[in-house]
Design a protein around this ligand. Structure first.
Ligand code: SF4
Length: 483
């Protein structure tokens, strides 16, 4: 007699340690919610198809966001509505992976409506599990594009009216009008016979992806008892009795058998992948100059992980000073990152950028508490001085900032950058004067190397000499202050 052992799929974690709270054995979904059942169907399919280890789940905002608590696969979180765009990127970057984009209706049909349409139309080779519960569940029960006519939500308290809010959107039918998708089916999570059909559809969709047939989607009509303010039983019945009238179950597209071979292999498509050299030639990119590499400078320990925030008016060369530090950092063999901040600052306020020069690999480019602040104007000093780490350096443009930093637990280094630049004949060189000052105080770059490689920073040849003078002048100004 054969034995049928029911056990948790391996595509789930044994216990859900990522979930907050003491209970690590059950999910956080509300009683009667369809997410748990859908998760199980997907997890079992991944197990049985033998693809768990190469599966990457994409979960955006909504109740689906917490798939990473449960699935023992790769997981990427996407911004609201952007799961299909992220899935596209992940699949193209890792064509051998199995990518599951797991999205609710507010996310997929509302906020990400255009994303899913474009991804399906391109025939991206990933699988979407579309959880349609006719409401924005997690964010407060607002109307979604799939909300039924007359259905009460927090944003349609008198019920959805087509005159005001339009009709429910049938995503599966809409996508089935496109040429590219290989397989689209609408199923329901409810009585076991429907759930078994959903199981089959999910397997078929993932298999289509494994075989490289292109975009596949399973829309699962699902209960949201909490959002609908029903008991689990009422909600299950409502799916079957009301939702299926508007969203008929069944296959809206199946052309898997017609598609020969892996037509959606994005590395192929009949074209041979280009080597890096061929790509550079095709894009007509001029060959990069080979830079001289300089030894990593010997510095005090605190400068081995320099987190530098540079701020000033738009037009003071704040972002280019960041680029200069980063570019020169690279040729000195630092790990480097540069993160600019654009925005209304470009029109007169403060612009800033974050630069890291590190002896170790860099985890993230954002800097909250700089070890070095470069303030090119007063508003920047006022804004960022409080965040500098204790014992950090504050370089400030003393030509424009009268007062030194108010804090006494940081090292204040005045550099009359604008004045020096003016004397050299060009105010715009103030940022490079500041660069010289930073080098003099910290030693994180070699002055000689920066002078030698100035032509890399300054593209207009006629300004190279001016900037060489500027960096030297800034260096001397700060060096002359040293005790
Ligand atoms: S709010 Fe709705 S969709 Fe979200 S977990 Fe609860 S029942 Fe499920």
């Amino acid at each position: 007699m054969s034995e049928n052992i029911l056990k948790k799929p391996e595509s789930f974690y044994d216990d859900f340690q990522r979930k907050p709270g003491a209970d690590t054995l059950t999910t956080h979904y509300c009683p009667g919610c369809a997410h748990g059942v859908l998760h199980k169907l997907v997890a079992e399919a991944l197990d049985d198809l033998g693809v768990r280890e190469k599966t990457i789940f994409i979960s955006p905002v909504g109740c689906s966001v917490f798939a990473y608590y449960y699935f023992h696969t790769g997981n990427v979180q996407a911004a609201h509505g952007r799961a299909s765009a992220v899935a596209t990127a992940v699949k193209r970057a890792h064509p051998d992976s199995i990518v599951i984009s797991y999205q609710g209706d507010g996310d997929l049909a509302g906020i990400g409506g255009n994303n899913i349409l474009q991804a399906a139309n391109r025939g991206e080779n990933f699988t979407t599990i579309f959880v349609n519960n006719a409401i924005y569940g997690m964010t407060g029960g607002q109307m979604a594009p799939t909300t039924l006519i007359g259905q009460k939500t927090t944003t349609t308290p008198r019920g959805r009216a087509f005159e005001n809010e339009g009709y429910p959107m049938r995503v599966s039918e809409l996508l089935a009008t496109l040429d590219a998708p290989s397989y689209i089916e609408r199923v329901m999570i409810g009585d076991p016979k429907y759930t078994m059909k959903a199981r089959k559809a999910i397997r078929k969709a993932i298999k289509a992806q494994i075989e490289g047939k292109g975009f596949s989607l399973v829309e699962a009509l699902s209960a949201c008892p909490s959002g609908w303010k029903m008991t689990p039983v009422e909600a299950k019945n409502w799916v079957q009795e009301e939702m299926t009238k508007i969203f008929p179950l069944g296959v809206t597209r199946d052309k898997i058998a017609e598609i020969e071979g892996k037509v959606h292999n994005r590395n192929g498509n009949g074209r041979k992948p280009l080597s890096d050299k061929e790509l550079v030639k095709t894009l007509d990119i001029p060959e990069a100059e080979t830079s001289t590499i300089y030894p990593l400078p010997e510095v005090e320990d605190r400068y081995k992980h320099s987190e530098i925030k540079i701020a000033g008016f738009g037009g003071q060369g704040v972002l280019s000073l960041g680029v200069a530090l980063s570019q020169m950092g690279m040729i000195h063999q630092y790990h480097v990152s540069w993160l600019p901040s654009y925005g209304p600052e470009m029109r007169g306020g403060t612009a800033h950028c974050h630069v890291k020069l590190d002896h170790e690999p860099i985890g993230a480019p954002l800097i909250e508490n700089p070890t070095i602040l470069v303030a090119m104007n007063k508003p920047s000093m006022d804004k960022f001085e409080p965040n500098v780490v204790e014992g950090g350096d504050v370089f400030y443009n003393s030509s424009l900032i009268d007062e030194p930093p108010s804090r006494t637990d940081v090292n204040a280094i005045p550099v009359n950058a604008t004045e020096i630049a003016d004397e050299l004949g060009n105010t715009k060189a103030a940022n490079i004067v500041m660069l010289g000052g930073i080098i003099a105080k910290t030693g994180i770059l070699e002055l000689e190397a920066v002078v030698n490689e100035m032509h890399q920073l300054i593209k207009k040849k006629q300004y190279v000499d001016l900037n060489v003078k500027a960096v030297k002048a800034g260096f001397e100004a700060v060096q002359s202050m040293s005790p």
